[in-house]
Design a protein around this ligand. Sequence first.
Ligand SMILES: [Zn+2]
Length: 367
Amino acid sequence: MITRIKDITDHLEQIAPLRYQESYDNAGLLTGNPNDEVRAVLISLDCTEEVVEDAIEKGCNLIVAHHPIIFKGLKSLTGKNYVERTIIKAIQNNIAIYASHTNLDSVVNGVNTKIADKLGLQEQRILVNKPQTLMQLVTFAPVENTEQVLAALHAAGAGNIGEYSNCSFQVQGKGRFLPSENANPTIGRSGQPEQVQENRIEVIFPAYLQGKIMAALKAAHPYEEVAHYLYNLENQNQEVGIGIMGELQEPLQEEAFLSYLKDKMDLQGLRYTSVGAKSIKRVAVCGGAGSFLIKDALRQGADALVTGDVKYHEFFDAEGRMMIADIGHYESEVFTKEIFYDTISKNFTNFAVYLTNVNTNPVRYTF
Ligand SMILES: [Zn+2]
């Protein structure tokens, strides 16, 4: 059996659907043919020219990265900067580049869960939920067809609530309709009013699955016209949002927390705001640039926010009530590679998966 690039990207999108990326982002397949057979996969945080060279050396024709190398529009491809040179080299060598970026930041078991796990945070929950990611479907099916309709909806991904799957609600009633002369009714006859014992079926589902769920409904439902209502929900989705909050097993004093951070995140150094004698127990994390979460972290009682790319004036917003720990953009996200590595090597066994040995961090430190 061969594995195509699309099989890998579909798998990664089950974990981090592209619909969850921010509007400014460009996650997805950036170069390459989705139908090509996968020879081997290379994993990196960034895709640079050196990473493409590493892929060539290792015989990989798919690079899976966190940061999309194509981020803004390109009007020409002449090799005048590192972005263009990377893309040209990838295309010339038939290498596909795939990026899972802010969509992977926005899901449980993504970038931020990885950081929270590294820090051993307990009782993890999303810091800021992403709004409007859930929908409801209400449909009506003859009593005897209800099970087949429900089975199809569940198979397409409807009816999952937290740790519960196959969730639905139904109530029986009377459906009435009048088929036109041109109709081809499953039950009843053209021009004759009809009434049928039907179940009203309700399920909840993630909005990005709307197309798949509607297709499954139409395929499984016996009627020519499938009566249904679709609703956008304001319900919070426990699985989708930015930042993770959790608790350290034991509260730590500032000095102890700093060395704990350095040890767990493999840091040479970090920038931080002091909380003085206050101990740290509740910790918020956000990989990459997370200073936009300072106010939310404070409001939710975080003792520390661990992130990267914090600007001078943003440090003041901690007001001495919370430690802002800027551990570096690269350092906060580097373990994201493990997410790709673990899931691809666990779910696909007919090709090799490599972690790049290129250190793509453009920032160096001197003390
Ligand atoms: Zn990043």
